[in-house]
Design a protein around this ligand. Structure first.
Ligand code: NDP
Ligand code: OXD
Length: 313
């Protein structure tokens, strides 16, 4: 490793001390300071490891060489217009996140498809009630975003036998999936019975889950939103649920997290809230991924999971 001694890592996380101990163990010789807890000279900071830094966080970090996002998404960093655009951002991705997201999407598509909530209710009420589901091949599921996570979800859904469509910016081919490109959004949405959103948050994808999008879906379609809360227009969701245009929604991400206990979303009978855990992995595994990316950077190389700041993801 070339330069660990002169490099200083600033950590911004609610779990800052854990990250400090982990990185010092994984990257011998590295100095780490924790935002909000340790004193440091901003000009000495060469790397940042962060989740949801406050606006203005980067303004005095004049020696910054790269930022490592604790998370696969980076909108929590790029939302700051003061982020220095020449400084690369590396995101945290890998097989553990992919299999977690594949589990989450499969779980909730199957829960709705096999009417599990009603099955549980009948069982609790000692009612012998058979709920039959159509064959999976007759059910159209659309996945928005066919990247690391959307790709894993689409592959899992294909494996379960669903008829899977995918929507991505470039519309690149994807095995087993009927792929649509950015300009084909309406054709992609038309007649879907399930819509799964695994897009990154960019200026083009914000508010994409709105009444216009819902109007193309099959009546009573089901939404699973696990990309970012900023994709969803909450008022349009509630209207679509109340009108029956949507049959249910499963939401993992929100504009403000944690979701306020007074939010009406918690109370809607056809809404299931999960708490940004769709692709949550073991912290130790996440630490290993970030540590490996930091070692690559310190060796003077760029990790493969560097973000295209022009595209915003
Ligand atoms: P990737 O960057 O690997 O994939 C993004 C996908 O979105 C690509 O297929 C890309 O198209 C597509 N896309 C981007 N912009 C557009 C657009 N304008 N129109 C159509 N398609 C578009 O991201 P990941 O799969 O790793 O992660 C996706 C998001 O999931 C993250 O950004 C984050 O917000 C969220 N996330 C949620 C988690 C959770 O637990 N809920 C955990 C981790 C991440 P193309 O293939 O052409 O580039
Ligand atoms: C995210 C993550 O980016 O949890 O949402 O990794």
């Amino acid at each position: 490793m070339k330069s660990a001694i002169s490099d200083v890592v600033l950590i911004k996380s609610s779990n800052g001390r854990w990250w400090q101990e982990t990185l010092v163990r994984l990257v011998p010789g590295i100095q780490c300071v924790v935002y909000g807890e340790d004193a440091y000279d901003p000009r000495s900071i060469t790397y940042v490891i962060a989740w949801d830094p406050p606006l203005g966080f980067f303004s005095e970090l004049t020696s910054l060489k790269a930022t490592l996002s604790i998370g696969a998404g980076v909108s929590h960093i790029t939302k700051d217009s003061g982020y220095p655009r020449s400084v690369p951002i590396v995101r945290t991705v890998g097989a553990p996140l992919r299999s977690r997201m594949a589990e989450y999407v499969s779980l909730h598509v199957l829960r709705v498809h096999r009417r599990l909530d009603e099955v549980i209710e009948a069982s609790r009420g000692a009612r012998w009630q058979q709920y039959l589901a159509p064959p999976a091949v007759d059910v159209r599921v659309g996945v928005m975003g066919l990247g690391n996570l959307g790709g894993a979800a689409a592959t899992a859904l294909c494996g379960l036998g669903f008829s899977v469509r995918g929507w991505s910016r470039r519309g690149r081919e994807f095995q087993g999936v009927d792929v649509y490109q950015e300009s084909e959004l309406e054709a992609f949405l038309t007649g879907l019975q399930f819509l799964v959103c695994l897009l990154p948050q960019t200026s083009k994808t914000e508010n994409i889950l709105d009444r216009h999008a819902f109007s193309f879906l099959a009546a009573g379609a089901h939404l699973i939103s696990a990309g970012r809360g900023e994709h969803l227009v909450e008022a349009d969701l509630l209207d679509a649920l109340d009108s029956g245009q949507l049959g249910s929604a499963t939401l993992d991400v929100f504009q403000h997290e944690p979701l306020d206990p007074s939010s009406s979303l918690w109370k809607h009978p056809r809404l299931l809230i999960t708490c940004h855990t769709a692709a949550a992995i073991d912290p130790g595994v996440g630490g290993e991924i970030v540590g490996a990316n930091l070692r690559t950077l310190l060796n003077g190389q760029m990790p493969i999971d560097v973000v295209d700041l022009e595209q915003g993801y």
